[in-house]
Design a protein around this ligand. Structure first.
Ligand SMILES: Cc1cc2nc3c(=O)[nH]c(=O)nc-3n(C[C@H](O)[C@H](O)[C@H](O)COP(=O)(O)O)c2cc1C
Length: 345
C-alpha cells in the first residue's frame, strides 16, 4: 500500500516486460462502495498485472473479484499476510491464517465468480501458530478450494505489539519453511517472498520453489527488475534498457497524466530509486524530489535531471548499452517460464 499504484507499475514495466506486477491491497468493500472505476484503472502496458484484494466476506470478495476481472486484471490475489491493526479490526489480512475454512470459502466464492486464477499471499504463521504443521494445514485447506498458487512471505506475523514495519523486520526469515512447503505440495506453485534483494539470491531460491516476489528492493532499486528480466525471463538477446531510456520512455506517460490533472510528484515519487547505487544518485534523487513539488513544473524536471547524470554506464544490468526500454506490455514477481510463468487456475 502506498507503493505499487498504477504510476509505479507503469514505470516498473518499462524496466521489465514480463515480470508480474501486483496492485496494492484494495479492500473488497472499498471497491464495492467506492469509485471502483477509479480504483481499478490501469494502463494496458501493465500486463501481466494482478489485483490484490483484502477482505474476509466471501460474497463481497466475489463481487470485488468480478469487478477486477471486468477491469481486465490477469489474476486476483487475496491478501492473508497483512498484520496491520486497521486490517485486523476488519478481521482480514494475516489474522485469517487462523481461519483456513473461511479463507477456503472466500477462494471458492471468488473462483466461482471469475475465470481468472485466484491466488493467495500469506505468511508462514501467526503468533504462537508458527509450526510447519500449521502452515501446511492452512495451505492444504485452501488448496482444496482450488487455489494452486501461494505467495509466502517467509516470516510469521505477530498480531499484537508490532507495527506493520516491525512485522517486516523482526520475525526471522524462515526460507526453509517455504522450501519444505514446496516439497510437501509439489503440485502447487509456491512463490517465496521476504528479504530477497539480488539476482544471485533469486537464483538460489529458484532451486527450491517456483517463483520469487520482491517488495522493498523492487521499489527502492527498480533497476534490479531489468537485471532479473534479463537473467530469468528474457528470450534470446533481450538486454535491459538504460536508465536514460527508461526515463525517456516514461515521459509520454507522465505528459498524458499531467494533462488529466494528475500531480507530477505522484508519479515521480516512485522513480527516486532508479539510479540507486550509481554515482550521483543522491543528487539526482534530491533534484527530482524537490523540483517535482514546484508549482507549474512538468516533464522538463525529468529531462533536465538527465543532465545531472553520466550516461556512459549503459543498461541497468550493467551488461551492455541498450538504449530502448524494450517491449512494454509494478512489487514484481518472477516465475521463470520453464516453471510456469502464468498462474494456472
Ligand atoms: C510500504 C509497504 C507496503 C506494503 N503493502 C503491501 C500490500 O498492500 N500487500 C501485500 O501483500 N504486501 C504489502 N507489503 C509487503 C510486501 O509485499 C512484502 O511481503 C514484504 O515487504 C516482504 O518482502 P520484501 O522483503 O521483498 O519487501 C508492503 C510492504 C511495504 C514496505
Amino acid at each position: 500500500m502506498d507503493r505499487t499504484d498504477r504510476h509505479c507499475r507503469y514505470f516498473m514495466r518499462l524496466l521489465a516486460p514480463d515480470i508480474r506486477l501486483y496492485t496494492e491491497m484494495l479492500p473488497a468493500a472499498a471497491l464495492i462502495h467506492g469509485n471502483a472505476a477509479r480504483l481499478l484503472a490501469f494502463d494496458p502496458a501493465e500486463h501481466p498485472v494482478a489485483l490484490q484484494l483484502g477482505g474476509a466476506d466471501a460474497d463481497e470478495l466475489a463481487v470485488a473479484a468480478r469487478l477486477g476481472e471486468t477491469a481486465g486484471y490477469d489474476e486476483i490475489n487475496l491478501n492473508i499476510g497483512c498484520p496491520s491493526d486497521r486490517v485486523q479490526s476488519g478481521r482480514f489480512g494475516a489474522c485469517l491464517m487462523a481461519e483456513p475454512d473461511r479463507v477456503a470459502d472466500c477462494v471458492a466464492a471468488m473462483r466461482d465468480a471469475v475465470a481468472l486464477p485466484v491466488t493467495v499471499k500469506c505468511r508462514i504463521g501467526i503468533d504462537a501458530e508458527d509450526s510447519f504443521g500449521f502452515l501446511s494445514a492452512f495451505v492444504e485447506t485452501v488448496a482444496r478450494a482450488g487455489c494452486t498458487v501461494f505467495i509466502v512471505h517467509a516470516r510469521k506475523a505477530i498480531l499484537s505489539g508490532l507495527s506493520p514495519k516491525q512485522n517486516r523486520e523482526v520475525p526471522p526469515l524462515r526460507y526453509d519453511r517455504v522450501y519444505r512447503l514446496k516439497a510437501a505440495f509439489p503440485e502447487l506453485t509456491i512463490v517465496i517472498n521476504g528479504g530477497i534483494d539480488g539476482a544471485r539470491q533469486v537464483a538460489g531460491h529458484l532451486e527450491h520453489v517456483d517463483g520469487v516476489m520482491l517488495g522493498r528492493e523492487a521499489y527502492n532499486n527498480p533497476g534490479l527488475l531489468g537485471t532479473l528480466q534479463e537473467t530469468f525471463l528474457a528470450d534470446g538477446d533481450w538486454v535491459a534498457p538504460s536508465r536514460e531510456a527508461v526515463l525517456r520512455e516514461f515521459l509520454p506517460y507522465v505528459r498524458a497524466r499531467l494533462a488529466e490533472g494528475c500531480r507530477l510528484h505522484h508519479m515521480t515519487r516512485h522513480i527516486l530509486g532508479l539510479y540507486s547505487g550509481q554515482p550521483g544518485a543522491r543528487r539526482w534523487r534530491r533534484f527530482i524530489a524537490e523540483r517535482s513539488h514546484e508549482p507549474g513544473v512538468g516533464c522538463d524536471v525529468l529531462t533536465d535531471s538527465l543532465d545531472l547524470m553520466d550516461h556512459t554506464s549503459s543498461s541497468v544490468s550493467g551488461t551492455s548499452g541498450a538504449t530502448s526500454a524494450g517491449g512494454s506490455s509494478g512489487s514484481g514477481s518472477i516465475r521463470p517460464k520453464s516453471r510456469g510463468a502464468t498462474a494456472a487456475r
